[in-house]
Design a binder for this molecule. Structure first.
Ligand code: CA
Length: 513
């Protein structure tokens, strides 16, 4: 035991690829100048945990290589053992979109994985939910307060009578009025609301609260065949607020009666729709949590499930590695299309992809968006990319999909819900209390120190990979089993235990009038 502890306190770094000329420091709280690694390298300066040191002397303008890829160029000569912080690195240009190799390295299908199941709520359209929720959508922000008032009453007066229903979730948002409803990009927020109503966790029983004069007609948010599930506040039949709330309660109870008949049944893992995301990344994200998630993602793909990764600005700088994995030319072109759309969206706003990295990312050792992206795409595992979804589009394919979304945690979560995601796996290095009301979120820590400190917020610790206590494979299998447990309702993630959830946040790139 003592030997173990001593071994862990040895100066340690992680080098990921033979070509790398930098490595990241593993030890908690970093290492002082003079620290000597087993290989003989001695630090010339303090290097914080997760930050890079040069393994060899790097001349000015020479490439700095991590993950076997160029993450930037030396602004001045860097000596072996020095701290390679962001100020010493010039960021390379993003890969040109017209020069990408498409489908040139399509991975062979992974061997099928049979026999894994979860307990889910099967719907009449064949989809399977991981929760049984009454979703109440809205066509405009004006009704938000009314909805929340009604939901409070539904929770206390109705929900206890329907024990098979997990929750009532109001899908409030800022859209619906004062928007350029016919602008080309308005398709994104509208499609998002339409498809969220079809999320398998709502069992096809959405209720819509409308004002009555808004631009976004509430009928557009009701799934086909459910035409009477709208309460319009301006309906002249209502005599006062009390009558409106009574109507919402009546409609809600009708839906609760139907939802209460849903019970969990054994379903193949192929029925899962899993979203992957990261937030508050650090230099360990691409070393521990994301590789473990990537391994679990491969297991899910092998089991026949749908898995989606997202966050355009965090794949843009590694897109050359993804287009090669596209299963065919169409999927490769769709990847390029989504990158190009986002490049122009950012340019329109006078920004570029360098706006993505946060002060927390940099404190955690990520020098720039190139390094962050290379660590981020590891989540997608090693399978072929079988489909691409524009923001808010519903997934219809199996396998590993790219669902184009901003990297913003709650916007990505909202768009993945619209794409049909029923459980999200979320990796974090800096830590975030992130959660979604409509689907369980498993939060994976990149470092054991964070997992220990946030023992009642983090659901899974991938930090053992950095210290050598666990392999990526073992950790990936553990995570896969946790996904099945959470999808089955056997294990509740911390965000659900505390009831802490982020807002539904629509992506609206269209003008507001
Ligand atoms: Ca994110």
């Amino acid at each position: 035991m003592d030997q173990d502890v001593a071994a862990k306190e040895q100066p340690r770094y992680i080098k990921l690829n033979d070509r790398d000329n930098v490595a990241i420091v593993v030890n908690n709280f970093g290492l002082p100048a003079g620290s000597r690694f087993a290989c003989g390298l001695t630090l010339r300066a303090f290097v914080p945990q997760g930050h890079k040191t040069a393994l060899v002397d790097i001349v000015q303008d020479a490439p700095i290589v991590r993950y076997g890829e160029v993450i930037g160029y030396a602004l001045s000569p860097i000596l072996a053992g020095e701290w390679v912080d962001e100020a010493r690195i010039r960021m390379p240009e993003a890969p040109a979109l017209d020069k990408l190799e498409i489908s040139t390295a399509v991975p062979a299908p992974l061997p099928p994985l049979d026999g894994f199941t979860f307990e889910g709520f099967r719907n009449s359209d064949g989809s399977v939910g991981t929760k049984n929720i009454l979703g109440i959508s809205s066509s405009v922000q004006c009704v938000k307060g009314t909805m929340e008032y009604a939901v409070k009453r539904i929770r206390t007066e109705l929900l206890p009578k329907y024990p098979n229903v997990d929750d009532v979730v109001p899908l409030t948002h800022a859209y619906g009025c004062g928007v350029a409803i016919s602008a080309p990009d308005a398709v994104i927020p509208i499609r998002t609301l339409q498809n969220i109503a079809l999320n398998p966790n709502f069992g096809g029983e959405i209720l819509v609260i409308s004002l009555g004069c808004e631009k976004l007609a509430p009928e557009r948010l009701v799934p086909e065949g459910v035409s009477d599930a709208i309460v319009r506040m301006q309906d002249e039949a209502f005599d006062g607020f009390g009558a409106i709330v009574d109507a919402i309660m009546t409609q809600a109870e009708a839906r609760l009666k139907i939802l209460n008949k849903r019970t969990r049944e054994t379903c193949p893992a192929a029925d899962l729709v899993i979203g992957l995301q990261c937030g508050g990344s650090d230099a360990f994200s691409g070393v521990t949590a994301n590789p473990a998630v990537g391994f679990a993602a491969d297991l899910l793909v092998r089991a026949g499930a749908t898995v989606m990764f997202s966050e355009v600005t965090e794949v843009r700088d590694a897109i050359q590695l993804l287009t090669r994995r596209a299963i065919n030319e169409d999927v490769g072109r769709a990847l390029v299309r989504e990158m190009a759309w986002y490049d122009s969206y950012l340019a329109r706003g006078g920004a570029d992809r360098s706006a993505n990295t946060t002060p927390g990312n940099k404190k955690g050792g990520l020098a720039n968006i190139v390094e962050k992206s290379l660590g981020s795409i590891v989540k997608s595992g090693s399978s072929a990319i079988t489909g691409v979804l524009a923001p808010g589009e519903k997934a219809t394919q199996k396998g590993m999909l790219f669902a184009a979304t901003p990297a913003s945690d709650f916007i990505c979560g909202t768009l993945q819900l619209a794409s049909g995601m029923t459980l999200q796996v979320f990796t974090t290095g800096r830590g975030t209390p992130y959660g979604l009301a409509a689907a369980p979120v498993i939060k994976v820590a990149t470092r054991s120190e964070l997992a220990r400190r946030w023992k009642d917020l983090i659901d899974f610790d991938a930090g053992g990979i950095a210290t050598g206590e666990k392999t990526i494979e073992e950790t990936g299998w553990d995570l896969f089993r946790l996904i099945l447990d959470v999808a089955s309702g056997r294990t509740q993630p911390w965000s659900d235990r505390w009831g802490i959830h982020n807002d539904l946040t629509l992506f609206n790139p269209a003008p507001v009038t």
